[in-house]
Write a protein that binds this ligand. Structure first.
Ligand SMILES: Cc1ncc(COP(=O)(O)O)c(C=O)c1O
Length: 502
């Protein structure tokens, strides 16, 4: 099924924006989008830096951590988090940071949303472990029903709850093999689907796979529609999507598969790959490939889901419905939760015992996730993300005319990538780590991504206010300006060890 049903809420794919429409859009976002009333006083005027980080309390914890916690965590920042609310994070020494990261696109309704906190507290006082493997649990049923109601085109029904995005990917790969009785899969350069098992096998970056050996055979990678740096040196739209022609004509015939594939994995907007928005025809054409192959189309919306892109799910921008939708991050409202939802006939194929998890459908994660997703719906946060996101892109494009270090600005809603270059014409990447550090010192939390570690991802909580957005972008531009001065001197600040992870 490649078309959306009549009663769904998705709009047509983006058309060329006319100047008058542009003007109206800009006027629409003149709304203030104030900080919500529930956000406490201390979190309303971020940033506030009172001590150079790491302060003494942060240091004390970091020292113990370095002794006892695995070094595998790739920490971006040397502070210890104490508390967070709305769009602000406080460190152990009382510094308040404005947050453009949402804990890697998790806290969509805002940190410590009062409804999520209350749902967890109420649930914890009654039942913590739901024994969902063995008995039925009310919130699991309600949550699965809600996910079906908000699924793209209301076309998906039947949820399996797991404990993380990667576990949900694992479930999706098993389901696609179980359903098709095939075992080969297609994924994209720049993809990120997790760090264990199937998720790692489907993740393309060498750095993340290095020294683990093949996690699963039968996975073929092909270039994503990354038009700013096209693998085929083509230009959109003249190319007619060469990258998809390549899949149709070459990959599926010559990459050494043993037959039609079981499933094709794609992030509707690439996350770790660098917040890359593909052209509007990309996903519909992948849908067609899967239909022709009898393969399942799997959308990984772990990072793009739940209002982040200005729609409940990013695939709604592209009018394309997957066979399996993978969810995580914001799904659990800050608790560890992942899930897949599929077309009903596909999910129904799984018989009892086909897959399982002790903690999937856990009472606390169900209560938290249900409250979080309901808050996103009730507070119209997808719409807020769409409008504030348009405004942010407008400001960033203006910034690009002033700052030569910005090569590309792209995004949907509050999932915006700013790609840095040494020169806008050569597009030589400029690593973002130093600027990330400068932003942090000035009180702004940002994350980076992209193959070259040169893409800033702007992914704040969706309750961010317009004033907070403007303040954060001002800090961001100051950091860029500072870096440009280093570049002009030919002494770009030394590479640091700050960031670039999932
Ligand atoms: C698109 C995507 N898929 C899967 C994952 C893995 O999720 P988790 O870290 O919860 O295992 C991530 C995490 O960043 C992601 O961005």
């Amino acid at each position: 099924m490649s078309e959306m049903t009549e009663n769904q809420s998705a709009v047509e794919p983006a058309k060329e924006t006319k100047p008058a429409e542009e003007q109206r859009k800009t006027e629409a976002v003149i709304e203030e989008f104030p900080i919500p009333d529930w956000v406490p006083e201390w979190a309303r005027d971020a940033p506030k830096i009172i001590v150079r980080a790491p302060g003494p309390k942060s240091k004390e914890i970091i020292k113990i951590d370095r002794d006892y916690v695995s070094y595998a965590y790739d920490r971006c920042f040397t502070f210890t988090i104490e508390k967070a609310a709305g769009s602000a994070v406080m460190d152990a020494d009382g510094n308040v940071l404005l947050d453009f990261s949402a804990g890697i696109a998790v806290m969509n309704a805002g940190w410590t949303h009062y409804k999520v906190t209350k749902a967890i507290q109420d649930q914890a006082s009654k039942l913590i472990h739901s024994m969902a493997n063995d008995a039925y649990f009310d919130k699991e049923a309600y949550f699965a029903r809600l996910l079906s109601e908000i699924s793209p085109g209301k076309a998906l029904k039947g949820t399996f709850f797991a404990n993380s995005g990667a576990e949900a990917i694992e479930a999706s790969l098993k389901l696609s093999r179980y359903y098709t009785k095939r075992s080969e899969h297609l994924a994209f350069f720049g993809s990120y689907h997790g760090r264990i098992g199937a998720g790692l096998a489907l993740t393309s970056k060498l750095k993340l796979r290095y020294s683990y050996g093949p996690m699963s055979p039968g996975i073929i990678f092909t270039p994503f529609a990354y038009c700013y740096r096209c693998s085929f040196k083509q230009t959109y739209p003249e190319c007619g999507l060469w990258c998809v022609d390549y899949i149709e004509n070459q990959v599926l015939n010559m990459a050494g598969t043993t037959g039609p594939i079981a499933s094709l994995y794609v992030e509707p907007i690439q996350g770790e790959g660098g917040y890359i928005v593909p052209p509007k025809e990309f996903l519909p054409r992948l849908r067609k490939i899967c239909d022709d192959q009898g393969a399942l189309l799997v959308f990984d919306e772990v990072q793009t889901g739940f209002g982040r892109t200005g729609k409940m799910f990013a695939c709604e921008h592209f009018n394309t419905i997957p066979d399996i939708l993978v969810m995580g991050k914001a799904l659990g409202g800050g608790t560890p939760l992942g899930a897949i939802i599929a077309k009903h006939d596909i999910m129904r194929k799984w018989r009892p015992g086909s897959h399982s998890s002790t903690f999937g459908g856990n009472a606390i994660t169900m209560a938290a996730g249900l409250a979080h997703v309901q808050a996103i719906i009730d507070e119209n946060l997808a719409d807020r993300a769409a409008k504030l996101g348009d405004y942010a892109v407008k400001l960033l494009k203006e910034m690009q005319t002033r700052r030569e270090i910005i090569g590309d600005v792209r995004g949907k809603g509050m999932m915006i990538g700013v790609e840095l270059v040494k020169n806008q014409y050569t597009k030589e990447p400029h690593e973002a780590t130093n600027i990330q550090g400068k932003c942090w010192r000035a009180g702004l939390l940002t994350l980076t991504s992209g193959f070259y570690g040169n893409v800033f991802r702007i992914a704040p909580p969706l309750c961010l206010s317009k004033a907070q957005l403007e303040k954060g972008l001002e800090i961001f531009e100051n950091a860029l300006k500072d870096e440009e001065e280093f570049l002009k001197l030919g002494t770009s600040a030394p590479p640091g060890k700050l960031g670039g992870h999932a």
